[in-house]
Design a protein around this ligand. Structure first.
Ligand SMILES: N[C@H](CCC[C@H](N)C(=O)O)C(=O)O
Length: 293
């Protein structure tokens, strides 16, 4: 099956974008994996499918699959690329669109300077909604919030880390590190991602606080491994830093792929705003294996 696609990236988090506004492609999990494969396919961290409005007052639906083929609830860098895509393709005349994902409705907006700002909605702290199983654990208190001990069981000795746990529509576990460059992302990332206390797995953030308005962040993403940037991960890390009393309301997040600016008032229920780049890299066509169907 030969299909057209658009390759995009937001701060180095890269995507294959598919136009399904005139009909669904009905791709299989294996075909999503092939699209994301950097040797047998196009190569991307996630696949974004643009679909027609699902309901009045909502402009589009946006479906997200990780490189491992699994469908997920939210993708922040993808949301910025999404609005750039629908604008450039003439699928909308608006600069700001309301789009539904599996986790709810978000509102990306094209800014005059070419960057994109997205209202990512409010962070969720109820552990059972992340979801995170805290049974039998005693949290460490930090002012009005807490972090949770997470035992990582390598061969020996087992390591226990301390994570802030929250959802941006998708699950995040954020730990503070002294230096992101030496943080054990490759060693600990998979163990956190697949930890039994996260029934739907989790995105693992490694956060270095530089000062109250600048941080550095690396993220081992659920279903994709370490990416050059993670939009929801940047939102989750800044919200965690604010709640732990370490950050102010507007923070520049330095990722390996670029800078994202995150704003959150600190009031529960208040939305998180994320601003960053969205770039079209190239257009192409791919022969998808039929036997992958
Ligand atoms: N790996 C994430 C989805 C993509 C999130 C990330 N690319 C972003 O920009 O938010 C998850 O499984 O929840």
């Amino acid at each position: 099956m030969r299909i057209p696609f658009t390759k995009m990236q937001g701060a180095g988090n890269d995507f294959v974008v598919l136009d399904e506004t005139r009909g669904l492609l009905h791709l299989s999990r294996a075909q999503y994996r092939q699209l994301a494969d950097r040797h047998f396919g196009v190569g991307a961290d996630q696949i974004l499918s643009v679909r027609p409005s699902p309901a009045p007052g909502i402009d589009f639906e946006y479906v997200i699959h990780n490189a491992d083929g699994g469908e997920v609830e939210q993708c922040g860098n993808g949301a910025r690329c999404f609005v750039r895509y629908v604008r450039d393709k003439g699928l909308t005349g608006k600069d700001s669109v309301r789009v539904r994902t599996m986790s709810g409705v978000i509102e990306p907006r094209l800014d005059a300077d070419g960057r994109v700002t997205v209202d990512m909605g409010a962070p969720v702290f109820e552990l059972q909604l992340v979801p995170f199983d805290a049974a039998g654990l005693s949290p460490q208190s930090h002012g009005s919030w807490q972090t949770w001990p997470l035992a990582l069981a390598p061969a020996a000795p087992s390591t226990t880390i301390s994570v802030a746990v929250l959802s941006m529509g998708n699950p995040h576990a954020v730990q503070l590190v002294a230096d992101v460059e030496t943080a054990p992302v490759a060693a600990q990332g998979p163990m956190i991602e697949n930890h039994a206390r996260f029934p739907r797995r989790v995105n693992a953030g490694f956060l270095q606080v530089v000062d109250r308005s600048h941080v550095k962040l690396r993220v081992w993403e659920r279903g994709a491994g370490e990416t050059l940037a993670c939009g929801t991960g940047a939102c989750a890390a800044v919200v965690a830093g604010i709640r732990l009393g370490l950050l102010d309301a507007r923070v520049d997040v330095q990722t390996r792929g670029g800078v994202l600016t995150i704003e959150w008032s600190g009031r529960e229920g208040a939305p998180v705003l994320m601003t960053g780049p969205a770039v079209t890299v190239y257009e192409g066509e791919i022969n998808l294996d039929e036997n992958n169907a």
